[in-house]
Design a protein around this ligand. Structure first.
Ligand SMILES: C[S@@+](CC[C@H](N)C(=O)[O-])C[C@H]1O[C@@H](n2cnc3c(N)ncnc32)[C@H](O)[C@@H]1O
Length: 260
């Protein structure tokens, strides 16, 4: 899979190739990252990439011409390697991304990610070159670079071979529409808190059942909206009911009966 990123700050993306899962995936060729600086596509002596907004007001707007030329160059370079890239603009006005979107993005061979700056980009560039607009949350960043890196991290770890265990992405929160179960490592007891006995039992079926029940219970407690959206089969309902019954206090048990 290939990412071409249109950015005024290509240096920021170096961090992705320095350490961790994404760096390893890039080194192994599981994913490729190419950055394109629109400043290099500006035709005037000052390499101007922004200008004042029509109608007045604060801030600057990214100009069409350098962005358009950078996107077109990225598209041609990606096509030469067999990638029919789609163009996504990172924007607080875009569609909020969830894990299902990350899976869909990972299933496409190439993406050109446009990182905005200032007040954003001239609307005519979006109309003529952008296929999708993506938001990483309902808040405003000062630039699209961090948003592009968030997407790339979330997507690249889903690619075959990127994680040590093929199914670990599935067990992560949101992989199966549930939150992950709690995790423990050595020592067995710390500050008077012991690891749940079942995890020391060696009984793999019991451990799997406990983990599933914890994932269901956590999702019910923290994100009942996810349970409602996902739905549960009879076996999962039974596990969740048992989890609810095991919780402390009659009030919570009563509330549990009514949700989700
Ligand atoms: C200061 S913001 C511009 C915000 C714009 N004036 C608006 O209110 O929609 C500059 C750039 O940061 C990026 N950005 C900001 N917040 C974002 C978010 N939540 N998700 C994705 N990109 C974001 C976009 O690329 C945007 O062009």
């Amino acid at each position: 899979m290939r990412f071409d990123v249109i950015t005024l700050f290509p240096e920021q993306f170096r961090i992705l190739s320095e350490e961790g899962v994404v760096a390893r995936a890039l080194k192994r060729g599981i994913a490729d990252l190419v950055t394109w600086n629109p400043r290099g596509f500006a035709t005037d002596a000052q390499h101007t990439v922004d200008d004042r907004p029509y109608g007045g007001g604060p801030g600057m707007v990214m100009k069409v011409e350098p962005l358009r030329a950078a996107i077109d160059a990225a598209k041609s370079a990606a096509a030469a390697t067999g990638c029919e890239s789609r163009v996504a603009y990172l924007s607080p006005q875009g569609r909020p991304l969830g894990q299902a979107d990350m899976r869909r993005i990972a299933a496409t061979s190439g993406w050109i990610l446009l990182a905005g700056r200032y007040e954003g980009v001239d609307e005519r560039l979006i109309e003529s070159r952008v296929d999708e607009e993506w938001s990483i949350g309902d808040y405003v960043l000062s630039g699209g670079e961090l948003a592009a890196m968030v997407v790339m991290d979330a997507v690249i770890r889903l690619l075959p071979g990127a994680l040590g265990h093929a199914d670990s992405a599935l067990q992560d929160s949101h992989g199966d529409g549930l939150l992950d179960c709690p995790h423990y490592t050595r020592p067995e007891v710390i500050d008077g808190r012991a690891v749940p006995a079942v995890l020391l039992s060696g009984d793999h079926a019991a451990i799997e059942r406990w983990r599933r029940q914890q994932a269901l219970g956590r999702t019910w407690e923290r994100r009942p909206d996810m349970l409602r959206a996902r739905g549960l089969d009879a076996a999962d309902w039974a596990l969740l009911d048992e989890y609810k019954r095991g919780r402390d206090g009659p009030d919570t048990a009563q509330a549990a009966e009514q949700e989700p």
